[in-house]
Design a protein around this ligand. Structure first.
Ligand SMILES: O=C(CO)[C@@H](O)[C@H](O)[C@H](O)[C@H](O)COP(=O)(O)O
Ligand SMILES: [Zn+2]
Length: 189
């Protein structure tokens, strides 16, 4: 069992090294997008399924509440939290529509809309990002594997390039925390 634990921790470190080598400049671009959007009075919308739903909520909580700094709250909404909205849309229009309909209702031009998907291909995330593009939002994909179908439709993709879903998720939450740190420091120097 100890060997298994050690192997998993080693893989985690290897994935983090790839993230550092390949994604650091894009993390800066992502943070810059959010800083500009918040300065312009725009908001963040963020979504994902399963563990990525938890990441979406975690991200919104850091932005609306605080990451490390005492500062005013910033506007962010996780599209994964309201069970009445999710069940109504899912029941009436199908699960593929659960995020798209919320983008239709909530997204304004210039908002930053983030989709988190370890496969890069979840249809409900894909459809919502399509509409966000049409709306003139800035779209970002936090993705895994080869980036899937979402990779080519977003303005900015950050793909953690491994097939190992939990390791992708660990990459995503690390990137999210770094972005939150950069946003706070950028907006409240
Ligand atoms: O957390 C995990 C696996 O670590 C799961 O809950 C996982 O998030 C779910 O299977 C998701 O439905 C996967 O969707 P996606 O990341 O491919 O968009
Ligand atoms: Zn997980």
């Amino acid at each position: 069992m100890l060997e298994e634990i050690t192997n998993q921790l080693r893989t985690h470190r290897e994935v983090m090294e790839i993230v550092e080598r390949e994604l650091a400049p894009r993390v800066a671009v992502f943070a810059g997008m959010l800083i500009d959007a918040f300065r312009a009075g725009k908001k963040l919308l963020v979504m994902g399924n399963g563990g990525s739903a938890a990441d979406a909520q975690h991200f919104a909580a850091e932005i609306v509440g605080r990451f490390k700094m005492e500062r005013r709250g910033l506007p962010a909404i996780a599209l994964t939290t309201d069970t009445s909205i999710l069940t109504a849309i899912g029941n009436d229009y199908g699960f593929d529509a659960v995020f798209r309909r919320q983008v239709e209702a909530l997204a304004d031009e210039g908002d930053v809309v983030v989709g988190i998907s370890t496969s890069g291909s979840s249809k409900n995330v894909n459809l919502a990002l399509d509409l966000a593009n049409e709306r003139g939002c800035l779209t970002v994909g936090l993705l895994g594997r080869d980036g899937g179908t979402i990779k080519d439709l977003v303005d900015l993709e950050l793909t953690v390039p491994t097939l190992d879903t939990p390791r992708v998720q660990e990459g995503h939450i690390t990137l999210i925390h770094i972005v939150c740190d950069l946003v706070e420091k950028g907006l409240f120097p």
